[in-house]
Design a protein around this ligand. Sequence first.
Ligand code: UDP
Length: 472
Amino acid sequence: MGSENRPLRMFFFPFLAHGHIIPTIDMAKLFADRGVKATIITTPLNTPIILKSIQSFNTLIQIQTIDFPCAQVGYPQGYENMNSIPSPDLIHKFFEATTLLQDPLEQILQQSLPDCLIADMFFPWATDSAAKFGIPAIVFHGTGLFALCAYECLRLHRRYDHVSSDSEPFVIPNLPGEITMTRSQVPDFLKYNEDTIVSRLMIASKEAELTSYGVIVNSFYELEKDYADHYRNFLGRKSWHIGPLSLYNTKTEEHECLKWLDTKKPNSVVYVCFGSVTSFPDSQLRQIAMGLEASGQQFIWVVRKSKKDKQEEEWLPEGYERKMEGKGIIIRGWAPQVNILEHRAVGAFVTHCGWNSTLESICEGVPMVTWPVYAEQFYNEKLVTEVLKIGVPVGVKKWMRMTGDGIKREAIEKAVNRVVEGEEAEEMRNKAKVLALQARNAVENGGSSHSDLNSLIQDLCRRRSPLEEVKF
Ligand code: UDP
């Protein structure tokens, strides 16, 4: 069969965490919609969440499983997702196990010889694996262009080594927009030259950006123009921005909270959620509870805790939920976030600035209270509050490891009210609505993300032709 007659075959290899798997599923759907045969590679315990999301695509998107090699590194069985690591001390073992996925990946690539591999940034070695079989690998970071540029400018210039204290602001060199940071907001693995598996993977992923076929970014040009140009022209990365990927997720879930939202006025509810990994000590959760109550705003608050029988939960002030009845809802566990954000009753989002959450909020025109904790979340905060001006910071001073802390209820109350009430809030909401419209235009026919996607598909089709003659 001639190469022009058969669909492109693309393999997707997301990191084992919800924040990476979710946009990868949306990306696979996007490519499948364009006639690409997509295969997602993952481990057995991550398969159900993917299967559930691709039901209507079952002939176009397939799943290939590889076993999670936990025994080899002494990591307990049954926790194959970053969101379920049983103890924070096991995080490095979890990452170590993921590096052992290289051999099984290579077996799959050798057997299937796809036209392209899209591999997560935490699998930088996948670029070399794909190269062994003449397959182009594309890196998927799952974050935006501002964060990619900010991180690279920080890493290359190490300006934070030349400040007199952790709290002295410095301008990130060579980054458009005169963006300031403090050393305490810089990730530990950068400022302390840590030699851990995660820091090694982070460095290797920067190298993979250059040695791979290019980088796919979940963003759209109009959102981060200066940084899209900077990334391509100044930092020299070949990139395609094809997002927001969440716009391809059109599923409406059933959930009580959506019915509750139906009874509320437009823009009258604050949604509070810190993603799929971040946690807080009980003392911080109590401050959040009191801050929300003091703000007087209605809210939906997602907490990553399960309900313990009928006894009072220590992390909540006594009788809190009863007192808040009608005014606020607490969801323990998983919330239908995209459906909540797109509800007209939701007027603000208190977020940890994970990139998926940030982009989902932008897509729905919802201004934010920014509460970054770790990873690249501090850069996302800068983008939201200083560049786009569609959010206010709650005032986090320090990069932490997945567990946030140190924010008092008064700061929460103040930031929440600032983003909901008054002229400044109105201005932020208007700006956010313009961006939401631009996001939709970007993915429409002729839009910037649509064009980038076309150009990537054309590149891959052109590229495979000469190889195809060898293969067939
Ligand atoms: N999410 C969700 N319900 C929840 C928590 C999170 O649907 O209760 C989704 C959210 O919509 C987003 C992803 O999980 O798509 C979280 O990704 P993000 O990059 O924001 O943060 P991470 O979890 O990676 O820290």
